[in-house]
Write a protein that binds this ligand. Sequence first.
Ligand SMILES: NC(=O)c1ccc[n+]([C@@H]2O[C@H](COP(=O)([O-])OP(=O)(O)OC[C@H]3O[C@@H](n4cnc5c(N)ncnc54)[C@H](OP(=O)(O)O)[C@@H]3O)[C@@H](O)[C@H]2O)c1
Length: 417
Amino acid sequence: MAKDLYAIGEVPPVGEVPPKMYANLVRPENYNEAEPGKAFTVEVVETPPVGRNQVLVSVMAAGINYNNVWAAKGIPIDVTKVQGSIGQPTEWHIGGSDASGVVYAIGENVTNVEVGDEVVVHCGWFDPEDPQIQAGVDPGFTPSFKIWGYETNWGSFGQFCMAYAHQCLPKAPNLTWEEAAAPTLVGGTAYRMLMGWSPNVVRDGDPVLVWGGSGGLGTMAIQIVTHFGGRAVAVVSSDEKGQYCKKLGAVGYINRKNFSHWGVPPHWTKTEEWGEWFQGAKAFGKAFWEALGEKASPKIVFEHPGEDTIPTSIFMAESGGMVVICAGTTGYSATADLRYLWMRQKRLQGSHFANDEQAAAFNQLVIDGHVNPCMGEVFAFDKIGDAHQLMGDNKHGEGNMVALVGAKTSGTKDAPS
Ligand SMILES: NC(=O)c1ccc[n+]([C@@H]2O[C@H](COP(=O)([O-])OP(=O)(O)OC[C@H]3O[C@@H](n4cnc5c(N)ncnc54)[C@H](OP(=O)(O)O)[C@@H]3O)[C@@H](O)[C@H]2O)c1
């Protein structure tokens, strides 16, 4: 008999959508800058409605990403305000930008998926009826583009998530639910950063510097670089993490704890202090050559720490090379010594998730077994806050953390019937 509400780990028959669901959500009054993990609470809410180009997916597992650390802190933006701007509820935020699950309902215009399909959901939310997108503009450059489960409500930290149908990609059949939920956000982002900014894309033999090599983005970047014939050198904070990166394909690693020239460099007019900073940056450059096994600079620097590292990244990049950045985890004040940019004609490129084609190209690498999802620790649904706290404190292990939602236990690929 149909129920109004199912327990976590209990999945209704395919196509049956209960009116209520559990969600592990964040309310604005609970935003917590110091302890973002404490902002999450498990509550019962109404199952979301589905628009004509949208789908409802029964979530089996949800990937944990850094974006909901920001959401739970309430900085740099109040995400519920963005939700309100697209007509979604603002009392709470159901985050979660990675899902594996089964399609349970589709809108009237949807043709790319059917009820019962096993999918992963990528986080590139945009309205396919946006005239600019229909005219061929990259969705990422248009106002309707949002990061699903960060800037939108009804992400994967609920029993059902609501997304545009174009966000659905086939789930790799060989992966468990939690493995499948791990890599899509970070992988799609890394794919666009490394393959989306022609002519600065990974080519055979290219040295590439990857910050945070053992983290979500870094693990994907190393594998994508390696797949396209490049040579990744990872930056990490321990030798253990460095060895993990080498197993993923990195040709070497640098332990950033051996250096101290981080943060905003002294002003160039303060010759002595600036000189000290420069010695640090040069020593780091030498460490890159040693890790690579050749005196060559990175053609691409894969950036996301931001404020602490961007001056070094810009210094390090090869002439004509690119620093590509998608975040400022350590801060947003990017100091660039412009001499290196113009004299050596380097490119500083911003990048933000991916379009449908890039997300699909990344997903194919996973399906074909070229990219391991690098699943990290698996959490129970009610521990989603703990996972975000660990991430915010940089105390999480290697790879991508995941929470079980509809999947009762780890290790299962079983579909609901
Ligand atoms: N715009 C987008 O589309 C997009 C997409 C994905 C992620 N992001 C953002 O990118 C950032 C990273 O995400 P992620 O999933 O890779 O997170 P993650 O799994 O936590 O990995 C980040 C890595 O950064 C390294 N790190 C921490 N502090 C550092 C510092 N001071 N200097 C250098 N490295 C440092 C850490 O490695 P070590 O301690 O070993 O060095 C950590 O493993 C987050 O801010 C996230 O919101 C943006």
